[in-house]
Design a protein around this ligand. Structure first.
Ligand code: FES
Length: 168
């Protein structure tokens, strides 16, 4: 996603310096340009989740926590609050790309209300489908999100249902 912003800013820098209403208009045009370039590469759902992520943030006193380093070198953390064997709240943080933010946002929404066992069965393919697809070079972002969820589920406190992690 940063690629689009960088391109747009470089193009903007080649133009004259603008002030006041011209500046506001130029910023609006720039935002539209960035959005259009993102939509040419990602699905509308990915772009929507990236620009308006849900459940992005830390959770104090989480019942489950996982942190995973992805194959690309980016990291995701996930926090779970459980009640009666169900996920009542999920949150995530990441230093990864826009697609990863979209994955964390969508995945945390998908698992809220699910049992631990149901959440552990969610696959990267299901997450990718929920986002209406990911570009092939970002398929690993969904894997990172699901691996992080599973790590958070594994760290749940003793006493919850025991589960077997499914293989990708
Ligand atoms: Fe690293 Fe998306 S490119 S998580």
């Amino acid at each position: 996603m940063m690629y689009f912003l960088k391109n747009a800013l470089e193009r903007q820098a080649q133009q004259e310096v603008l002030v006041g209403n011209d500046f506001d208009r130029a910023m609006e045009e720039l935002q539209q340009q960035v959005l259009q370039e993102a939509l040419a590469y990602y699905s509308a759902k990915v772009v929507q989740e990236f620009y308006n992520p849900q459940n992005l943030g830390l959770m104090l006193e989480a019942d489950g926590y996982g942190r995973v380093l992805g194959s690309c070198g980016d990291t995701m953390e996930m926090y779970l609050r459980l009640d009666g064997g169900k996920i009542v709240k999920a949150a995530f943080m990441t230093d990864g790309c826009g697609a990863t933010i979209a994955c964390g946002s969508m995945l945390t929404q998908m698992v809220e209300g699910k049992s631990v066992k149901e959440a552990a069965a969610v696959t990267p393919e299901e997450l990718t489908e929920a986002l209406d697809g990911l570009p092939p070079d970002h398929a690993h972002c969904a894997i990172l999100a699901v691996d992080t969820l599973r790590a958070a589920l594994e760290q749940r406190p003793p006493g919850d249902d025991s589960i077997e992690m499914s293989q990708n």
